[in-house]
Write a protein that binds this ligand. Structure first.
Ligand SMILES: Cc1cc2nc3c(=O)[nH]c(=O)nc-3n(C[C@H](O)[C@H](O)[C@H](O)COP(=O)(O)O)c2cc1C
Length: 730
């Protein structure tokens, strides 16, 4: 049978029974705790297993005036129901070997009685019992289908307990705890079903009565001499009814054992009759013991944990199902016939579809006729120029469920035009066949006469947005249709946006079109973090480095004529709010401890450093090197700020280079000039931070390499790997 039939059966049964299962599991946990509690105080005596009735009955007779009965409960505690000399009846726990009273019998609390009744019959008497019986049976079927799903997932029964790869929290724990708790849950379900069945009239057997021949004139015996008492252990007894009047032959002892009830002549000790319990009654008791854990603390604890876990199964099972429904594809704007870009998705749990959705939305926003379908819906696309396949892998290099028919369909429906194809595989290196199915699909398409490879197969481990942007970059390089290459955009969860208030947008400097935006916001962030804004009010985000100055969020932005982000920021009105989010950039936070920090920036890359200097309350020795084009009002403002911070002792020195002024200078010229200082700083464990253009970073790294080689006879790489070089360049 296919995986999906088992999966649907498992799900349908769970949906059908979940409301009742929730009630039964919660009450089950409470009853399990009660079963454990019941065992303390412990009234079981040490030699209980060895005591015979020949020892117990005479002792009790000596100690008590008139005994009605004694009972041995499932905890092996013995209780007595007797009368004292004054004719007052009493019940108590006793020590069966000495007859001593051990404690009062405390009745179950109203709460426990209420819970027990809810658990047994949902307060609906016989109807409720029937519902509970049916739900137990459904739970039995759920555990069987669950067992089969685990076996299938683990590729056979022999791998049942081998490692489960962590795909998502809910899935991982559903499978892992499922493996361990399947047996107790199976037993709970099976015994629960039997307890219900055992109450059905036709299944209840009748006891077998055995009358013994009564021998006349047998000699009288003392109680301790009666053979039956000598041969019967107290531990096998459930109840003994004592004769009303001692020494009267007409008044027998009635001993209730697990398997039978025996009537004994109290004078001569002969067995008068035996009533052998039907098999169903014995099984029922055993079932109740197993179902309630009342005879064993450890088993009661296991049942409690298993019951609790049923709640967890219900929760995680539904999370998995909801995730799975995410593999459904929404309505397309264009038909398969109109489509120029076709995105085909193979996804079991929806994450691959998430990636596909994001590029589909961008294609549509760029005016492309993009069409998305499941791989199982493959057909002929008369106008397609590009087919992009995004598929995950399951089993041992197998297709996800919605791609199972793909191979057959590709062979059956050859395309009529030449179409470029590109395959992106989603998988996990934890599996031996990493992206095995994507590899198969890539090879299959390569063999089709109509297909031309656009890009090499790209495999992506563990849904990595970074690895996905490698494919995006490769796509952007060879096609006209540009896709966003910010990894954060492709990260799993849709980001939660916050409202932040615009406090001020400064005028742009005439020479290099730079301006400052100040936000007033209570969101948590730190200088060096990034602010993600959504200028097109869609999912495409632009990131800006943040400086926290005077407790305000400050961005320094260069206005680009066609820059969506910079134009958006530039046009903001004061006292309005925008939707944005913080992208934590831990790798670029100001060090909490360092012997020395050197900051290198060019252009707007100075933004986070202004904040870091302002926040340098520990007065770590800090040096700022900045490269700008012009020495204008903006650079003057930076210099004034730096001067003030030197007075505060939050900055030690600052150096500016201007590339469009007299004596053209770049920031790397300043580094070269202070080569000895840079070498010593690195040697002494100091940290260099760099923010600005990627090209500047390359140049600076080259200069630092030369400095390290000539001054320290060492490679700059050593300091990089040592975490002494922090970068945030774009
Ligand atoms: C039961 C199971 C089996 C898997 N088998 C493989 C495999 O053989 N090879 C592989 O590369 N990834 C395997 N994976 C990992 C998935 O392909 C990967 O997590 C993928 O990103 C899931 O995408 P989806 O959410 O779109 O289905 C397996 C995952 C699970 C849960």
């Amino acid at each position: 049978m296919t995986l999906s039939i088992w999966r649907y059966a498992h799900l349908a049964l769970a949906i059908l029974s979940s409301a009742f299962l929730i009630i039964l599991s919660i009450t089950g946990v409470i009853l399990a705790v009660d079963a454990i509690n019941e065992k303390s105080p412990a009234y079981k005596v040490d030699n209980f297993e060895n005591l015979t009735l020949a020892q117990v009955i005479p002792t009790l007779r000596e100690n008590y005036f008139e005994i009605l009965e004694i009972k041995v409960d499932h905890n092996d505690f013995v209780t007595i129901d007797a009368m004292d000399e004054n004719g007052n009846s009493f019940q108590a726990y006793i020590n069966p070997s000495t007859g001593k009273k051990l404690g009062e019998i405390v009745p179950k609390s109203d709460f426990i009685n209420w819970i027990t009744s809810l658990h047994r019959s949902l307060f609906l008497k016989e109807t409720g019992r029937a519902i509970v019986g049916v739900v137990s049976f459904l739970l039995l079927l759920i555990s069987i289908s669950g067992l089969i799903l685990v076996i299938k997932r683990q590729q056979g029964i022999k791998n049942f307990f081998t490692k489960v790869n962590k795909d998502s929290f809910s899935q991982y724990f559903h499978v892992v705890t499922g493996r361990w708790l399947l047996i107790p849950i199976f037993i709970i379900a099976l015994t629960g079903t039997f307890i219900f069945l055992a109450r059905l009239e036709p299944l209840i057997g009748k006891p077998t009565e055995v009358e013994h021949q009564i021998k006349e004139n047998l000699p009288a015996k003392e109680l301790k001499e009666i053979e039956f008492f000598q041969n019967t252990k107290l531990s096998k007894v459930e109840k003994i009814e004592f004769p009303f009047i001692p020494d009267d032959e007409a008044e027998p002892f009635i001993v209730h054992l697990r398997k039978k009830t025996v009537t004994i002549n109290q004078v001569n000790g002969s067995i008068i009759s035996e009533s052998i319990h039907p098999y169903s009654a014995i099984v029922e008791k055993f079932n109740i013991d197993l179902h309630t854990g009342r005879t064993n603390v450890i088993w009661a604890a296991i049942l409690g944990i298993a019951s609790l876990n049923i709640l967890f199964f219900i929760w995680s099972g539904f999370v998995i199902t909801i995730k799975r429904t995410r593999t459904k594809i929404g309505k397309n704007k264009y038909t398969a016939n109109q489509a120029e870009i076709v995105l085909l998705v193979g996804s079991e749990n929806g994450s691959t579809l998430g990636f596909a959705n994001k590029i589909h939305a961008q294609f549509l926003a760029n005016g492309q006729k993009s069409y998305m379908a499941q791989m199982n819906q493959y057909e002929v696309y008369p106008n397609a120029k590009n087919i992009i396949i995004l598929t995950s892998t399951y089993g041992l290099g197998d297709a996800p469920t919605n791609a199972k028919k793909f191979e057959e369909l590709v062979i059956k429906n050859p395309q009529k035009n030449n179409i470029s194809f590109s395959v992106i595989g989603f998988g996990s290196i934890a599996y031996s066949e990493f992206c095995g199915y994507a590899i198969k699909v890539d090879q299959l398409l390569a063999k089709q006469a109509w297909a031309t490879r656009l890009l090499e197969l790209k495999t992506i481990n563990d849904k990595s947005p970074e690895e996905f942007t490698n494919w995006v970059n490769a796509w952007n390089e060879i096609t006209e249709i540009q896709l966003a290459s910010t990894p954060a955009l492709y990260a799993g969860k849709a980001p939660r946006l916050k409202n932040i208030k615009v406090e001020k947008v400064t005028k742009t400097s005439t020479e290099d079109a730079t301006f400052k935006v100040i936000f007033d916001s209570k969101i948590k962030y730190q200088s060096g973090d990034l602010l993600a804004i959504y200028p097109a009010h869609d999912h495409r985000e632009r990131l800006y480095s943040i400086g926290k100055v005077d407790s305000k969020m400050q961005l320094i932005v260069k206005l680009h004529e066609f820059g969506l982000g910079s134009q958006f920021l530039h046009n903001l009105s004061e006292n309005t709010t925008i939707k944005a989010r913080i992208v934590k950039n831990k790798a670029f936070h100001f060090p909490k401890k360092a012997s020395k920090v050197i900051m290198i920036a060019n252009g707007t890359g100075i933004a986070p450093f202004l904040g870091m200097i302002d926040e340098n309350k520990n007065k770590i020795e800090t040096y700022l090197y900045t490269g700008l084009r012009f020495n204008n009002h903006i650079s003057k403002e930076y210099q004034n700020f730096a001067q003030k911070q030197i007075q505060n002792k939050q900055l030690n020195e600052f150096h500016f280079a201007f590339s469009r002024e007299e004596n053209r200078q770049y920031v790397m010229d300043l580094v070269k000039r202070d080569d000895d200082f840079f070498a010593q700083t690195l040697k002494n464990g100091g940290i260099i931070m760099i923010c600005g253009a990627l090209a500047m970073q390359h140049d600076i790294e080259k200069v630092l390499e030369e400095i390290c080689q000539s001054h320290l006879n060492q490679s700059f790489n050593d300091f990089k790997t040592n975490g002494q070089f922090l970068t945030d360049c774009y």
